[in-house]
Structure formats: structure tokens, C-alpha cells
Design a protein around this ligand. Structure first.
Ligand code: ADP
Ligand code: MG
Length: 398
């Protein structure tokens, strides 16, 4: 359906007007497919990659189907992280304003009373599972009137261990509801969850719109020592670039690195789960606006961060595995732009990182560095790959 418009897939004129004002003129594939099903009241299982436009695919139907009549939440969106809660709340609030809909978010790290008071009378709630369950247990929010339930990034929610809270919340929301899952994958545990909590769902899969396809990413691996690691980072940060996201392993590591960079006259902000919500939002806002062009983050803190101006992702501490590498470096090269991913590698990390590089098909970039590679396990596992003599054994001294 190349020619579908927001009007042709059933949007009301007031919502089309808000979108147009935001420069959003035609629906992405996931929206063309999911919105009509959602507006028709069906349960929806939607699988689409990051950046494909899932937020509007559920936000538009929620706003169009919800009226401000009842002073209790009528729609609930569960999200895995506070950052995502903030982003999704913004999108819903912008759309909902035209209809007088109140949108509130519920997440940990901020005082409960004010949050609960807003949540209680909002029409649409966006919540992380942990804090929502907390409010439900304290009877500070009532979900009896919820008729639309969305699980955004359902796969991440399970990855992060929220299954017990999600189960509890889903069981407490009336089962005369419409349920929609949005996820990068619907395999495994998330597929099971979807089967359990949806009713004859319409299944949808969509690709990234061409303008959102990832751009070319230059993968670099750089040998460093404990003594010159920070200097190397400073050098990289002084190159011509846009925003740089620097990954570290621990929260303390993030703070420490920010201080060390400060001593080298490089301004950087650290973002991690121990900071207050206000501090995290401030750090992110400064970074987004380009006031501070270096953000230091842990894997968890960077979840859901989607900024098209990130030109460099730097692994100050190497990622845990190839999946983590992809998550991290995928924060650059967004929206068709090119990007650079640099991994700093200490001598004792070479074997491990060489494996990550190989698993991700970056063996060439690795070989160029001249660093040592982990021996492929295959060589030791039997007679394979043309080995005439079978497994190599240490030679016995004669
Ligand atoms: P996902 O949740 O699938 O990762 P998002 O909903 O965050 O993706 O959307 C990714 C980006 O695409 C956002 O910046 C969003 O504003 C933009 N976007 C979404 N739909 C459209 C559209 N129809 N036209 C133009 N931009 C869009
Ligand atoms: Mg999303």
C-alpha cells in the first residue's frame, strides 16, 4: 500500500492536523498495517524493528478511541524503562491535547504521591511495570476502566525480568479489553506471553522505512593500555564529530570517567540508574541539545535512547557479548546517517573482543589492528576444516 495516507487508514481530521503540524505526512508501514486493526478493536501482535514507528502505531489508535469522559485511566501503555515512558508520554500528550486527554506517566525514581495523584485522574497512563504494581498494591490507582492495553517493547520488558509484574498487572485489568503487543521479536517467551493475554490477535510484521534504514557504520577496534586508555578516548573525542555516546560497564565507572575527562578539559555527562530522575532528564536534555556532546552511560541507562545525531559510539569498556555490541553501536548510524563505533581494547580483553568482532562479521576490522585473536574453538574440537591430523595436541618432549 504505497499510497496510503493517514486519512485513508482511518484517522480523524484533528489527529491528522496534529501530525501534519509535526511534519509527519504519511504513515510508515507498521502504522499502515496496525492502525486499521487497532481502530477496529482487534487485539494486535506487531513485530517491527527499532525505528520503524511503533509509537505512533499504538498512540494514534489510543487517542482516537479514548474520550475524556471518565476521570479514570481508559488506556494503559506498559514500557520497560523510564526514558521510554517519558518519550511515549510526550507523543501521546501531543496527540491527545486536541481532544483534551490527560496523559500521565508512572515510573520509579520519583516521589510517589504527586505521581499517583496525576495518574489517578489521567485518561491515558504510560507506566513501567514495577512502579505501576507498587501503586496498584497501595490502591493509589484504579485500572478497572482500562479498555486498551499496550505492551511496548514487550521483549525488552521480559529481558529485564518484569514478567511477574506484567503478569500481575495484566490479570488485574479487565479481560474485556483490547490488548496490543509491540516488539522487535515475538519469538520465545514474548510469544508465549502474547498467546496468553491476547484474543484472536491480528498479526503484523513490518520493516524499517527506507529513510530509517541504518546507515554505514565504521567499526574500529583500538589497542590501548591501562595507562593510555583515557588519553586515547580524549583524542577520539577531539576529532570532528557530532554527539558521542561512551559506554562503560558500571555506574561508578561512568561517574569516574566523567571526572577524568573533566581533568582533560572534555565536558561530559554521566547517565545511570543511581541518579535522580531529574538529573537523568537534565543530562539527556543537555546532550540532545548539543550543549554537552559526550554522554557516558551504562547499557541499562542507554536503553531506548534514540537520537539521530549520535555520530560516535565508543566502547570504553567492551560490551559483554556480540548482542550487547550491536545494541550499543546501533545507537549511531540512525535514520540513514553514517556512524562510527570504536571499541577500546586492553591487552587482557583482546581474546574476548576478537570473538565479539568475529561473531558480528567484523573480522576484517579486527585483523587490521594486529591484536591477537581468540583461537576459534573449532580447531580443538576434532578433525575439521581440512585438518589432516585431527586435533592438535601439545607435543611431548622427547
Ligand atoms: P520504534 O518505537 O519502532 O523504535 P519510533 O516510534 O520511536 O520507532 O519512531 C522512530 C522515529 O520515526 C521517531 O523519530 C518518529 O518521530 C519517527 N516517525 C514515526 N512515524 C513517522 C512517520 N509516519 N513519518 C515520519 N516520521 C515518523
Ligand atoms: Mg519504540
Amino acid at each position: 500500500m504505497p499510497d496510503s495516507t493517514f486519512a485513508s487508514i482511518g484517522l480523524s481530521t484533528d489527529i491528522v492536523r496534529v501530525l501534519t503540524a509535526q511534519g509527519i505526512h504519511s504513515p510508515f508501514q507498521i502504522q499502515t498495517r496496525a492502525i486499521p486493526a487497532a481502530l477496529a478493536g482487534s487485539d494486535v501482535l506487531a513485530k517491527a524493528p527499532t525505528g520503524s514507528g511503533k509509537t505512533l502505531a499504538f498512540a494514534i489508535p489510543i487517542v482516537q478511541l479514548t474520550s475524556p469522559g471518565d476521570g479514570r485511566p481508559a488506556a494503559l501503555v506498559l514500557v520497560p524503562t523510564r526514558e521510554l515512558a517519558v518519550q511515549v508520554t510526550e507523543v501521546l500528550a501531543d496527540l491527545g491535547r486536541a481532544k483534551g486527554l490527560e496523559v500521565a506517566s508512572v515510573y520509579g525514581g520519583v516521589p510517589i504521591p504527586a505521581q499517583a495523584a496525576k495518574a489517578k485522574r489521567a485518561h491515558v497512563l504510560v507506566a513501567t511495570p514495577g512502579r505501576l504494581q507498587d501503586l496498584m498494591d497501595r490502591r493509589m490507582v484504579n485500572l478497572d476502566a482500562v479498555t486498551i492495553l499496550v505492551l511496548d517493547e514487550a521483549d525488552r520488558m521480559l529481558d529485564m525480568g518484569f514478567k511477574p509484574q506484567v503478569d500481575k498487572i495484566l490479570r488485574r485489568v479487565s479481560n474485556k479489553r483490547q490488548t496490543m503487543f509491540f516488539s522487535a521479536t515475538l519469538d520465545g517467551a514474548v510469544g508465549e506471553l502474547a498467546r496468553e493475554y491476547t484474543n484472536q490477535p491480528v498479526r503484523i510484521a513490518a520493516e524499517l522505512p527506507s529513510e530509517q534504514k541504518p546507515g554505514e557504520i565504521d567499526h574500529q577496534f583500538v589497542a590501548v593500555t591501562a595507562d593510555n586508555k583515557v588519553d586515547k578516548l580524549v583524542e577520539l573525542l577531539q576529532e570532528e564529530r557530532g554527539l558521542a555516546l561512551v559506554f562503560v560497564r558500571t555506574k561508578r565507572g561512568a561517574d569516574r570517567l566523567a571526572q577524568r575527562l573533566e581533568r582533560h578539559q572534555v565536558r561530559a555527562v554521566a547517565m545511570h540508574g543511581d541518579k535522580t530522575q531529574a538529573a537523568r532528564e537534565k543530562a539527556l536534555a543537555h546532550f540532545e541539545a548539543g550543549k554537552v556532546t559526550t554522554l557516558i552511560a551504562t547499557d541499562v541507562a542507554a536503553r531506548g535512547l534514540d537520537l539521530s545525531d549520535i555520530t560516535h559510539v565508543i566502547n570504553f569498556d567492551p560490551p559483554e557479548d556480540e548482542k550487547a555490541y550491536t545494541h550499543r553501536v546501533g545507537r549511531t548510524g540512525r535514520a540513514g546517517r553514517s556512524g562510527t563505533g570504536v571499541t577500546l581494547v586492553l591487552p587482557d580483553q583482546q581474546a574476548e573482543v576478537s570473538r565479539v568482532a568475529r561473531m558480528n562479521g567484523q573480522s576484517d576490522a579486527w585483523e587490521e589492528t594486529g591484536m591477537k585473536s581468540a583461537a576459534p574453538k573449532l580447531l580443538y574440537s576434532g578433525r575439521k576444516r581440512g585438518s589432516k591430523w585431527g586435533p592438535t595436541r601439545p607435543r611431548r618432549k622427547i
